[in-house]
Every structure is written in structure tokens, then in C-alpha cells.
Design a protein around this ligand. Sequence first.
Ligand code: SAH
Ligand code: SF4
Length: 392
Amino acid sequence: MTALTNLLDLDSAQLIAYCGELGEKPFRAKQLQRWIHQFGASDFDAMTDLAKSLRDKLSTRAMIASPAVLKDHTARDGTRKWLLDVGQGNAVETVFIPEENRGTLCISTQAGCAVNCRFCSTGKQGFNRNLSVSEIIGQLWMAEFELRKSKSIEPGPKGERQITNVVMMGMGEPLLNFEPTVTALKLMLDDNAYGLSRRRVTLSTSGVVPMMDKLSQECPVALAVSLHASNDELRNSLVPLNKKYPLHELMAACKRYLEYAPRDFVTFEYCMLDGVNDTDAHAQELIALVKNPRDSAQSVSCKFNLIPFNPFPESGLKRSHDERIKAFARILSNAGIVTTVRKTRGDDIDAACGQLAGEVQDRTQVQARMEKMAEYQKKFGSNFGRIVEIVK
Ligand code: SAH
Ligand code: SF4
């Protein structure tokens, strides 16, 4: 018996080709795509405007399935986090962050990550594997329709959209899983699927320079770059990828990207680490890095998002104090750079972006690991590894 084709793996062109193989016209693929991505259907029998013969064919050859949900937690502030099983003891996280006028979904692109940044617990797990298209877009598919179900909102274009923004800021380095990531991005933008504007979809990268260029050509969505340091020596020690693509190359790549980007700025993420990268001198160095006082055309048009570090013991690092973060933000703002600080969210749901997924790798010891997490939280404060959101 041949394996069933998961239709969540196919973008619109591939779905047309797939339907072609079944002897169906392209408009059938469009109908099918709407059933899947706009109505959240997983049962072919529910697709009433498709011929019974086609539905029968599909049910013997295809399926529509996202990764199984291992855990589903909602915090008091409405932040909802799903832990998804991606096989072989690996799990990834998807986080929904509701705000007044929008709903943001933070999705993962890899189980683990090979970049191994010093301050990141996902990196500390090592690299497990790339997620497939269905595992990436499946996070949006599952979350959108689960959220609607919980609020009794009808599926389909008439029902109120729950997820208005997507950020690829969960586990993994999206540009090191390029093809599946781009296919998933294209589905997010597709009018027969989610129809999100390119401005509302943000990809965050640790700075894989050649792939930034490739992204600008294939699917230029909004870009966030994990900077975290103001000079090469420091960045080499925090983001090892910097040795391959140092700051001058990264800045040049950002400028090239901006020619195609849907927004006229790049967001630089900067994780605030006590005594490591958070002094006034580092802030001044950052200004010099992104701004050219003699020739503004040489500056990188950017915003800064300061992320208070979510500590974990193996890192040996500490979060900068709130006053320090404020002072750092002020220096950047005074230099004319729009700067935001992320605020914690989802305080009452356990564990963190990246961290909980690491915890379930060995499910036999969940209890012990949860206790360890509680101990960390006692030691490092209730913000240990919390989900965060961007605030002005
Ligand atoms: N791999 C991509 C996207 C996922 S990480 C990247 O690195 O950009 C999303 C953001 O969370 C990145 O800016 C990352 O540097 C940051 N991050 C990772 N670990 C963190 C921690 N312990 N505390 C605060 N931010 C962290
Ligand atoms: Fe990977 Fe991003 Fe974590 Fe670095 S910060 S290890 S690139 S997930």
C-alpha cells in the first residue's frame, strides 16, 4: 500500500499538478485548497461541491493532517501554546498571542537548531530535524481553526480571522530549512489559502546571508534579524554563525533585502544579557553600526526590539536589569532609532519558547523535568523562559 499524500504539504501549483494526475481541472485544486486552508476541512466527505467520485479518490490516496497536539495550554491573558509531536520523541511549539487588534502566531521551523547560540535553549538541544511543509503550515492551519472552534466562530472567509500575523520566531533557524519554509510562507500569502499580506508575516533569522538574498527573490516577507551584539568579537561568542557571516556582510545583506522588503525597515532583535552586551558603549557601537552620519543612504533602515533574556542555568548568563534595558533603549531612541522592549506574556502557563519542547524529548521523565523547571523559576524568577510580546 502506498502512503497517503498529505495535502498540507502542497502549495497551489503542486495541488494543481496533483489534481491533474487525478484527471481533474485546475479549478478543482482551487476549490480543494479553499476547503483545506479557509474552512479547515480534513474530511473529504465534507467538501460538498466536489464530485463524489473525486472525494472517493481523495479519501483513498490523500489526507489532511497537522502534527498531533501533545499539550494545549491557555494562559490567563489569553496566550495559548500548543506542543506538537513531530515524531521520534521530538516536539515543537506554536504560540498564539492575542492583542487588541490582532492575533499573532509564533511558529517553529525545525526541531532543535544547529546554530547553537549561547543564550538559546533550543540551540542547546542540538539539531534534530527540519520540519516539512505540512508541519510548518499545519501549525497555522491547526491554530486558526482550533481558535475559531473554541470561540464558536464559523470556518470560511465569513468567520472572523483569528490569526492576523505570523512570526517565524519559534524553534529553529528558518533559513536553514529554506524550501519548506518558503512553500509554507507562500501558502500564508496565497489568496486561496490565508491571504496574509507580506507585511504581516515576519521571518526571523540569525543571519544566514546567502539565504537572505534568496528569500528576497523568492518570497520577500518582513524580516527580523537576531543581532545581539555590536561587534564581531562579541557576536562570534554569542551567535557562532557570525564567524561565517560577519557583521559587515550581514549589514550589507540587510540593505540588499530592504530593496525587496514589504516594510521599509529591518527589525533587529537584541537579547539583553547582563554585563555582556548591555552597556552604554554597546548601544553607541550599535548606532555606529547601523547609522552612517555622513551618508544616510549608507545607513540600514531599522528598528530595534530589545528582548529581556529568558535565563536557563546551562547558559551561565543573566538577564539585564530593567533599568539597564530602559537606559539602553533610551540611547538608541535618542539617536533616532525606533526601539521597543518585549514584554512577558502567558505568565501562568509553564515553561518557555523552546524550553518545554526540550523537556518532552524524554517523556518518561516529564514529572522530574517539570519539577526542575519549577525550581529554575524559583531561582530565576517567574519570568524564567516566558513567552514575550513586543511593546512600545
Ligand atoms: N532562529 C531564528 C528564529 C528563532 S529564535 C533566530 O535566531 O532569529 C527567535 C528569537 O528569540 C531570536 O531573536 C532569538 O535570538 C531569541 N532568543 C533565543 N533564546 C532566547 C532567550 N533565552 N531569551 C530571549 N530571547 C531568546
Ligand atoms: Fe537557533 Fe535562533 Fe536559537 Fe540561535 S537563537 S540557536 S539561530 S533558534
